[in-house]
Design a protein around this ligand. Structure first.
Ligand code: MG
Length: 405
């Protein structure tokens, strides 16, 4: 008798508060017909969490109940096509939660960590980068130095948040609320800041930067060229997904390494970028692409073109999602770097087995499956009760028109 899926539980938690909104994490628990055997996965789409919960509870759960837990690939493929319309946010997140939980279950059944199921370790630990920033170049320098003192050799730097906080920002009359920024000022101030960092730090520390798709394509090309002698480890989201054809022009003019992918939902979005060697790092959000199964396919595809991985690892990836990233990192022959957001102690208590970062490297604990569990009693104290309007994605240019966030 095969072990089958008995039930699926969707757990919404709001354990983190930032200055602008709570962050909702979505954890999926797949319970099997074998007493005590279950797996957990990350289905987080923090901006639309109710929609993901409904997709899991009302659509996917009835579809997967009774199915053989060992058939991960078949359940993934079937979940993608069963809705006919596919490869979109919400459904991809829902599918990811179940997919990751099934890999966790398979590891527990085999008595092996997921990285062993994938093919075994290619490295002992995953090099991570952490986030530094401040409102001035001096504050950015201090912040990078703090990260270096904590052991990081790779640091992402943003001055004044995404798009930069404009020192002088002339708005129109009757301007609507929003996260305003001035693209030209952002470019000027950041080029100056990065040169200041290099003058003070030298070139040994690897610096990264995220444009967050906030520039027009031709401004991006100029900006990437101006940053060329700063020698970034990579420049992230240089263009919006809608503008990816511009990567050809950017690539032809500039040797700044490029990373892209956290907003992608459909394999068609990254395939051409990899095949034409237009990016150096693909950094999809593993729960946004559908889980470990499609990520594994993407790794092997990218390896054929010598493109490396840099999975998205922000605070709106749950602890379980970070564990899934790490198992892919330890196995993938073409691993590049892992983004890491430094969770507070509460998250370590809520998710025993959450990977630890020491001296800039993330380590797995070598337990079977994903090696992470959820303390449901503690999680229940942080329920996702609050609904909130997402402010930071209401990004505007000085004249008041909306920009991509
Ligand atoms: Mg990013």
């Amino acid at each position: 008798m095969p072990i089958t899926i008995k039930d699926v539980k969707t757990i919404l938690i709001q354990p983190l508060e930032s200055d602008y909104q709570p962050t909702t994490h979505i954890i999926v628990k797949v319970i099997t017909s074998e007493p005590g055997l279950y797996g957990i996965g990350c289905a987080t789409f923090t901006q639309r969490f109710h929609a993901v919960k409904t997709a899991i509870d009302e659509h996917l759960t009835p579809l997967v109940i009774g199915r053989d837990v060992s058939r991960i690939e078949d359940i993934f493929q079937m979940s993608m096509v069963n809705s006919y319309w596919r490869n979109g946010p919400v459904l991809n997140n829902a599918i990811s939660g179940i997919d990751q939980a099934l890999w966790d279950i398979k590891g527990k059944m085999a008595g092996m960590p997921v990285y062993d199921l994938l093919g075994g370790k290619c490295r002992e630990a995953a090099a991570c980068y952490s986030h530094a920033g401040g409102d001035t170049k001096e504050a950015c320098l201090e912040s990078v130095q703090e990260k270096m003192a904590a052991g990081y050799s790779h640091v992402r730097v943003q001055m004044g948040g995404y798009g930069g906080k404009a020192e002088v920002l002339k708005k129109t009359e009757n301007a609507q609320d929003g996260a305003y920024y001035n693209p030209k000022e952002y470019m000027r101030r950041h080029v100056e800041m990065f040169h200041y960092l290099r003058e003070n730090l030298g070139f040994e520390v690897e610096l990264l930067h995220d444009i967050h798709e906030r520039l027009s394509p031709i401004d991006t090309i100029n900006y990437a060229k101006d940053l060329e002698d700063v020698k970034l480890f990579f420049l992230e989201d240089a263009l919006a997904p809608e503008d990816i054809a511009w990567f050809r022009q950017l690539r032809n003019q500039c040797a700044t390494p490029l990373s892209m992918g956290e907003l992608f939902n459909n394999p068609l979005e990254w395939r051409t970028l990899v095949q034409e060697r237009l990016i150096d790092f693909m950094r999809m959000h593993v729960s946004q692409m559908g889980g470990i199964s499609p990520a594994r396919h993407a790794v092997s595809f990218a390896q054929a073109y010598n493109v490396r991985t840099a999975w998205h690892g922000p605070p709106d990836t749950s602890a379980v999602g970070h564990a899934a990233n790490l198992h892919l990192d330890l196995w993938a022959p073409n691993f590049g770097i892992q983004e890491w957001c430094e969770f507070p102690e509460l998250i370590y208590e809520m998710f025993p087995g959450l990977p630890e970062v020491r001296d800039g490297y993330m380590y797995a604990n070598d337990k079977p499956g994903l090696g992470i569990d959820i303390n449901e009693e503690l999680a229940a104290k942080y329920p996702a009760e609050k609904n909130y309007e997402i402010k930071w994605t209401q990004t505007r240019l000085p004249d008041g028109s909306l920009a991509r966030p």
